[in-house]
Design a protein around this ligand. Sequence first.
Ligand SMILES: CC(=O)N[C@H]1[C@@H](OP(=O)(O)OP(=O)(O)OC[C@H]2O[C@@H](n3ccc(=O)[nH]c3=O)[C@H](O)[C@@H]2O)O[C@H](CO)[C@@H](O)[C@@H]1O
Ligand SMILES: C=C(OP(=O)(O)O)C(=O)O
Length: 430
Amino acid sequence: MEQYIIKGGSPLVGEVEIGGAKNAALAILAAAIMTDETVTIDNLPDVNDINVLLEAMEGIGAQIQRVDRHTVKINGSTIGDFSIDYDYIKKIRASYYLLGALLGKYNKAEVALPGGCNIGSRPIDQHLKGFRALGAEVEIEHGKILAEAETLKGTHLYFDVVSVGATINVMMAAAMADGLTILENVAKEPHVVDVANFLNSMGANIKGAGTDVIKIRGVQKLHKTEYSIIPDQIEAGTFMFAAAATKGDITVLNVIPKHLEATISKLEEMGCQVEEFDDAVRVVANKRLKSTQVKTLPYPGFPTDMQPQIGVTLALSKGTSIITESIFENRFKYLDELARMGAVIKVEGNSATIEGVEKFSGARVSAPDLRAGAALVIAGLATDGITIVDDIVYIQRGYEQFEKKLQGLGAMIEKVASEKEIQKFKLKVG
Ligand SMILES: CC(=O)N[C@H]1[C@@H](OP(=O)(O)OP(=O)(O)OC[C@H]2O[C@@H](n3ccc(=O)[nH]c3=O)[C@H](O)[C@@H]2O)O[C@H](CO)[C@@H](O)[C@@H]1O
Ligand SMILES: C=C(OP(=O)(O)O)C(=O)O
């Protein structure tokens, strides 16, 4: 099992290139099979979730051609099977997008109930409500969701909760339904807009993505396109908090600063200097930061996927901070690990009270999920001494070459897989 070993305590300084957004890419890859023509997708992050989804798509007959590390050509004309097995997709959440894509194109889909990070109960009732409203029969049998329709028909639907996944999934299916679909109380995340833009570039007729109401006029056919995925706001924010926690100076390159506003505003409140450029953001922290309050909310609120990264940074900041996690009920597990490094935290329900400490002490900790894992790496980088992070397979789900990018900023971090490699690292760093 691979681990990260870290010798922290030095500021991270330099520039880092941000890749394409995992959560946009997963939906866009699935949507690419909705035409029989060849779709080229660029700025794809080379992370495990993407590779798992591509394998699942190949498994049902789609032709996948890797042009280079970040570019893929997809042709869905050879799909002969509408059923995705659990073995393929148990590790990823976004497999559910194949449901919307297959249902939209073929009026039939069978997809095993999704996996993904264990950050809460994560129901998919809103996805199913949307498919049913479009006229599909939907059953859950033997761990699979079975959806089928004679024809999909446009509908007017009000989501009960704001869900990224349900918004995108129902929007995909509706893109090829008969007539007009109006979706209300939808998610407004940048990746929702990116998927709508992608579908429109294939000939769909979707308006309003990024607002509370999306209107989709169904089309009979979609066509080929070439599309570049937006930058990953969560990867960018992770490096921005790495700058803050290590009292560093990091410029994240290839970002859309508008997508980072909630993160930027918290960093400024905490005492960081933040400079915005056209497609870059620089974060400088040259003193101990201040406490603040933060509540996770759907976009444009503070993202739940950034909650552990701010949590680690606040645990080192002066004063008492309160974090309220309002999206997922099980996203504080990293705080137990952080307590092993000396953080002082009390969790009650969906809120954590953090008494900032001057410093952590290195320890062996486990990544409980993707973002929590990245946050524990940040904690290690901010700590004198040695930290070992176990279960980095979670981190590899969503961060491309995480340790290499951190090394480029001066971090002493290595991926190791044996006691011998751990000892070698310790000897090297003294
Ligand atoms: C692959 C992907 O893009 N994952 C992201 C996506 O997850 P995901 O799409 O699973 O998250 P949702 O936006 O759907 O979840 C938001 C809230 O709605 C609830 N809910 C959702 C669907 C549903 O049918 N019923 C229901 O009650 C969830 O339990 C949660 O409390 O958005 C989350 C919120 O920004 C992010 O943390 C995840 O990184
Ligand atoms: C929670 C995440 O992913 P998923 O929804 O795929 O589990 C994430 O990207 O932070």
